[in-house]
Design a protein around this ligand. Structure first.
Ligand code: EPU
Length: 441
């Protein structure tokens, strides 16, 4: 990352330190051992931070991951007029956000381009201010990633939305009205955007075919703590009785289930043992049984999950990504790295995003045997990967390459670290504390 951009994030996220070095050097072959503190979920904290725009009252979030995405969203909120007060305790990072004076002017294109979740500002700003103007959101290049479901839902609630010249200009001068909306497919972002908008819209909103990812229920729980009336949490139909102003709240961000699954893979590929804390099997959804079939032993302890390679070793298994509670697309790349060294073949099918196999070329550089046909990657396990120079192409590809490098026979050098830093809180430090030979260079 460009140093001046990194420094520009500091006023809004003083805990963010422009990282030294552009590469991560990992010497593979050391078992990961010890207790791994699982951070707050990246994909929960972003909509939670946006939800603070719905109220002039203070909202405090605990267990905030110290990641680049959080720093970027903090800068966006600050430019919109919100004040952020950070504190660090033994329990982790907390933020109190005060959005009593919001000005929904044009939003910084450079910041929006860095983060897909910035599209959530649309629903919250429309609901609170009656207007939002932002560039089309960026984020990982993993597929088309349209926003048509978001736009159609907000239009059904009475918004006028103009899409021209790469900009989204939305207005709802007379306020938003509740609507009966059916999503064409259970989109996580569209469900969150409509939920945020519906809280302040007058009347009842139904979001049918809603996504059921646990991060959405976490957002709904925070909105309920703020005084919103929402039912159907964790189901395909969310009902919101809107129109009542919401107040402040205190909420703890749920643990990151993707980090949980990713580190279980890392423990297994290095033949180590990690106590992932906090962690529960049910958080993994269908990924739990997939990991167990692949030879990752998962045992629930009192406050976490113990992960290690089973005595029988790693073995190939087939995986298809699906919306929750199906196998998470965000674990597809990490699990592919793991299966690269399993005995036998695995067919990994990606159904959520069209271009989420960019890590395949990088894993091949490390000796993985992977053939891609359309949306399926066939992985034939090799006994061991070899270290190589590789490039992270998205957040989860970065995690996959870290796993592969930890299990490889010698040194690897990873570039494109912004992707890793976007989604993982202090990953280098946490890996080093569990015995990895890892350095930024
Ligand atoms: N889609 C549309 N139109 C829309 C919305 C979605 O065609 O208006 C399509 C997308 O192109 C995609 C599918 O629907 O093919 C599912 O997309 P979804 O909206 O569910 O994904 P998202 O909200 O953009 C979130 C996470 C992703 C995660 C997906 C699926 C955040 C900030 N991002 O994205 O996380 O992969 O849900 O679970 O919550 C990541 O963390 O690495 C990441 C990419």
């Amino acid at each position: 990352m460009n140093r001046s951009f990194a420094s520009s994030l500091l006023p809004s996220a003083p805990w963010w330190h422009p990282r030294a070095g552009h590469s991560l050097v990992i010497r593979g072959g050391r078992p990961l051992l010890g207790t791994w503190p699982v951070s707050g979920a990246k994909n929960a904290v972003l909509p939670l931070m946006v939800s603070t725009l719905l109220t002039p009252h203070l909202v405090t979030l605990h267990n905030v991951p110290a990641s680049l995405d959080v720093a970027v969203l903090s800068a966006l909120l600050r430019r919109l007029g919100a004040e952020l007060h950070w504190s660090t305790t033994e329990a982790g990072l907390s933020v109190t956000i005060c959005a009593d004076r919001i000005h929904p002017g044009e939003i910084d294109g450079d910041l929006v381009a860095r983060m897909r979740a910035s599209v959530l500002l649309l629903g919250a700003l429309l609901a609170r201010c009656g207007e939002a103007r932002l560039p089309m959101p960026g984020g990982d290049a993993i597929g088309l990633r349209g926003i048509d479901f978001h736009v159609a839902g907000l239009r059904a609630m009475g918004a006028d939305i103009d899409l021209a010249g790469g900009m989204i200009h939305a207005t709802a001068r007379a306020g938003l009205k509740g609507a009966d909306i059916r999503l064409p497919q259970p989109s996580v972002g569209a469900t969150e955007n409509l939920l945020l908008a519906a809280v302040l819209a007058t009347g009842t909103t139904l979001i049918r075919n809603a996504a059921r990812e646990p991060e959405i229920a976490d957002l709904a729980r925070c909105l309920i703590a703020m005084g919103a009336t929402i039912s159907g949490l964790g189901t395909h139909v969310l009902t919101v009785q809107g129109g009542t102003p919401v107040t402040g709240a205190v909420h703890t961000v749920m643990p990151d289930r993707i980090e949980l699954g990713t580190l279980a893979c890392a423990a297994a590929i290095t033949d180590g043992e990690l106590f992932l804390q906090p962690g529960r099997l049910d958080l993994l959804g269908a990924a739990g049984p997939v990991l167990e079939r692949a030879g990752v032993e998962l045992r629930e302890g009192e406050s976490g999950l113990i992960a290690r390679r089973s005595k029988a070793g790693l073995s190939g298994t087939d995986v298809t990504t699906r919306p929750y509670p199906g196998f998470a697309t965000d674990l597809q790349a990490p699990v592919m790295a793991l299966l690269s060294t399993a005995t036998g073949a695995s067919a990994i099918t990606e159904t959520i995003f069209e271009q989420r196999f960019r890590h395949v070329d990088e894993l091949r550089k490390m000796g993985a045997n992977i053939a891609v046909r359309a949306r399926t990657a066939v992985v034939r396990g090799v006994p061991r990967l070899q270290g190589a120079s590789v490039t992270c192409t998205d957040v989860r590809a970065a995690a996959a390459l870290v796993i592969a490098a930890l299990g490889a026979s010698d040194d690897s050098r990873l570039d494109g670290l912004d992707h890793l830093d976007r989604g993982y809180d202090r990953i280098t430090e946490k890996l080093a504390a569990c015995g990895a030979a890892i350095d930024r260079a």
